[in-house]
Design a binder for this molecule. Sequence first.
Ligand code: AMP
Length: 462
Amino acid sequence: MCGIFGIFDHKDAANLTYLGLHALQHRGQESAGISCTDGETMRTHREMGLVSDIFNAQVLSGLPGRSAIGHVRYSTSGSSNIDNAQPLMVEYARGHLAMAHNGNLTNAMIVKNELQNYGSIFQSSSDTEVIIHLIALSHEGSTVERLISSMKRVEGSYSIATLTNSELIALRDPLGFRPLSLGKLKNSYVVSSETCAFDLIGAKYIREIDPGEVLLINNDGLTSIKPFKEAPLRHCIFEFIYFARPDSYMFGKTVYSVRKALGRQLARETAVKADMVIPIPDSGISAALGYSQETGVPFELGLIRNHYVGRTFIEPRESIRHFGVKLKLNALRDIVKGKRIVVIDDSIVRATTGRKIIKMLRQYGAKEVHFRVSSPPTTHPCFYGIDTPSRSQLIASSHTVEEINKYLGSDSLQYLTVESMQKALGRGEYTYCDACFSGSYPSRFPWGMELEQMELFAKGEK
Ligand code: AMP
């Protein structure tokens, strides 16, 4: 769960990267950073926290230069501390190099062990650092060749922006797990995890960077290289379901339209007599609209969200604590009282949010509460960059829908099935990774090995 942004040859490189990261803030709120080069020197500023708290005019003026990359992080591999914040920047035999990575390298542990046996000293527990060591040790000539040979050693998911003093290199893994798009702001190329960042800075969307494509951007323009063996596409379906911003365009579709189509499909398969449809904000809004439009059941905002509850929010004194979900969400009494309600959310992880919401709706007088989920039961963890808890914490991995319904306290509970989700995505070839729902991982690794993998990168936690 990370967002990356890059811009080549623009007088406001650091400022535009700051804006790009702001648009990508939903992809990671733990840390943020920008690396910027003036052609001779590269500087990086990284901190824990939100983009708007980290960067101000003074910090940005300390990042001079015409090319920059940026990163927002939410850790999936490696612990949450400043050493793992990105971009990772190094100075090696060929000069400065900075890297911003979205994804998870599934064989990073193995490669890291090999490198350490060879003498490499790691500074962080981030899987991204493995790539930097491989680049530094490569015998290839140019940076792009070194990067390509390094990427041939690693497996898993990666959308990457790399900056040197003279070039910006953007690439995507051959299966295309994570999004990455190319845009243009006047004469300057920009790359971003999501197109919503282009809209903010006024850049024109050009196209997606192809899965397995390496884009070299330098003073000669744009060079596209396809060095990897073609593989069946496996775009992350959870980007559509929950993770990406609704106003972004990725994998050939607008996220908002996909969410609405999922809501419509849910309505076709699981409709129930009701007075209103209410979303769990913000994640359930688009699907609830689709559900409402398909059934004709009115859409209402029965739950109101407080947007200012951050990760660092501290609840006061023990005696007045345990506000639970009410800190973030409150129900509208007058709207829900005496009503038969369909509550829509995009997914259930541990089911703690839904349980508290249903309790609150009942306390406020709702007559019936039917829970509908615009994705299938989340039964398996993700090893490709989405932060899901271990299998044991995913309620659907060990409970039936009926058991979850009982736990939630809802009158009924229904999900989409994997097949109906596939149907909602439209005709044509199915090009998605839905391992979190189906357990069918696009790469093979023995069970247990992944867990070890995750733990290795959590070592050194501070
Ligand atoms: P839970 O209470 O654990 O069932 O969480 C369900 C809520 O978490 C839903 O509203 C989802 O939109 C949201 N959610 C789903 N996946 C994730 C994730 N990987 N990280 C953070 N929130 C998530």
